[in-house]
Design a protein around this ligand. Structure first.
Ligand SMILES: Cc1cc2nc3c(=O)[nH]c(=O)nc-3n(C[C@H](O)[C@H](O)[C@H](O)COP(=O)(O)OP(=O)(O)OC[C@H]3O[C@@H](n4cnc5c(N)ncnc54)[C@H](O)[C@@H]3O)c2cc1C
Length: 408
């Protein structure tokens, strides 16, 4: 069996490796950590260098600020492998770049693409996602924030919650109910809201990692131009699902677990328990190997999806499983790291006794992926109902008399 990629790809790998060894060395390794603020100027400069070299925004057309390359799965794989192997900082990943930009490319107007994609992929325009509301998280389509047309604007009133980055975002893609009489999935519109508009009040919420990176967002009489709609009025649920598809892809990005595995493997090489390297202890080594196997499976699964996308074959059930599998995997990777560190694993940022990096923070943070973007329970529902065609779960209502079956 011939496992080489061929001379064209060998040359490409050499080029990427050289870039990582020379340019990559000059920059701080790792991705922007959740909870960190807007990308620094250094991160924005690095992003520019990556776009110019074609190592991020690779297939985004030049007129929208991307590299303008053609899709090539093997090259994407090589870039990912070399960046992970050398610990080179990857491009910026955020809700704008990873979720809104591909949504606009798929369903946005030409004007929206020209206006928003370039500053977003450069890391200069930050987006928040205004989906969840109190009482409308898993049952997102029940959202109540209203958008009423007055003249050339939608006037928005309501409340969003868990809105990541809202405290420093420039823009927000927001779901509002514009047709209150329509069935719940049909009365929603998807708007692009400028966060500097009068009437937006942001209140931070602190997670168990101690970071306040998400927020409550109160919206009172906020005016958004009617031209800021993505897709048709009342058809925002379809657009919202396009974004959710890319959100699953972002959270399920196999490169993240590969980075995590690499970090834990390094840790196990360095840490000793009673004089024995953790890497030489079967109990830890076995766990690492199993996780490595799953990480590789995710990586090749990711390539299968990329191939489907390039060949316009659609994602099917394969696309629905990535978030579920990757978030459990990350959780187990960081559990292993905490276990390897023993009692030191429980220490948190700022402890005088903390060794190694912030494994406990990573471990606690891994729960966020399991909940954000639709919980694992909801992912299982989506996979079974939309992916495998199993019967829909019965609709139930909870009141003071207990659960009542509404629809089978
Ligand atoms: C780190 C993080 C970042 C986030 N960022 C954003 C953001 O930027 N923008 C945004 O809009 N939202 C954001 N969210 C919100 C996220 O999408 C919701 O938390 C999630 O969809 C769950 O909704 P909920 O919190 O209202 O929980 P609920 O819907 O109240 O669910 C509570 C529990 O019940 C379970 N459950 C509910 N319905 C079912 C069902 N039908 N079958 C089985 N189990 C069920 C859930 O799995 C969960 O365990 C973020 C969340 C987190 C954790």
């Amino acid at each position: 069996m011939e496992l080489n990629y061929g001379p064209e790809y060998d040359d490409f790998r050499a080029e990427v490796r050289h870039f990582c060894e020379t340019e990559g060395k000059k920059t701080k390794s790792g991705a922007l950590r959740m909870g960190e603020n807007r990308p620094s100027q250094a991160a924005i400069d690095w992003q520019g260098q990556l776009i110019e070299a074609g190592y991020t925004a690779r297939t985004i057309p030049k007129e929208y600020g991307g590299y303008g390359g053609t899709a090539d799965i093997v090259k994407s794989l090589i870039i990912q492998e070399e960046f992970v192997a050398s610990g080179t900082r990857s491009g910026i990943q955020n809700q704008g770049i990873s979720m809104l930009v591909p949504t606009l490319l798929e369903v946005g107007t030409e004007e929206q693409k020209l206006k928003y994609i370039k500053p977003t992929i450069n890391g200069e325009m930050i987006w928040a996602q205004g989906y969840s509301e109190p009482g409308s998280g898993s049952d997102l389509a029940s959202l109540k924030t209203k958008g009423v047309v007055e003249g050339d604007n939608f006037v928005i009133n309501g409340q969003k919650i868990w809105t990541s980055s809202a405290q420093y975002a420039d823009m927000c893609f927001i779901l509002v109910r514009t047709e209150p009489e329509a069935p719940k999935h049909h009365g929603i519109s998807y708007l692009l809201m400028d966060m500097k508009t009068t009437g937006i009040d942001i209140k931070p919420l602190v997670t168990m990692t101690g970071d306040a990176f998400f927020n409550e967002m109160f919206i009172s009489d906020v005016k958004v131009p009617v031209t800021s709609i993505v897709g048709q009025r009342g058809e925002g649920w379809r657009v919202a699902n396009v974004t959710l598809k890319y959100e699953r892809g972002m959270i399920g990005n196999p490169g993240m677990s590969a980075m995590g595995i690499r970090g834990v493997a390094d840790l196990m090489e360095e840490e000793t328990i009673s004089g024995i390297r953790a890497m030489d202890m079967p109990v830890y080594r076995d766990r690492l190997l199993k996780l490595q196997g799953r990480s590789l499976a995710n990586k090749y699964h990711g390539l299968r999806l990329l191939s489907n996308e390039i060949n316009k074959e659609g994602m099917g059930v394969e696309g629905l499983i990535v978030k579920l599998s990757a978030t459990y995997l990350s959780h187990e990777i960081y559990s292993l790291a905490v276990d390897v560190m023993g009692e030191f694993g429980t220490l948190y940022d700022g402890s005088a006794y903390q060794r190694q990096k912030d494994w406990m923070r990573q471990y606690l943070g891994s729960f966020m992926g399991i909940i954000g973007g639709g919980t694992s329970q909801i992912q299982k529902n989506v996979i079974s109902e939309r992916g495998l065609g199993l019967p829909r779960e019965p609709l139930v209502k909870l009141d003071q008399n207990g659960w009542e079956l509404i629809k089978k």
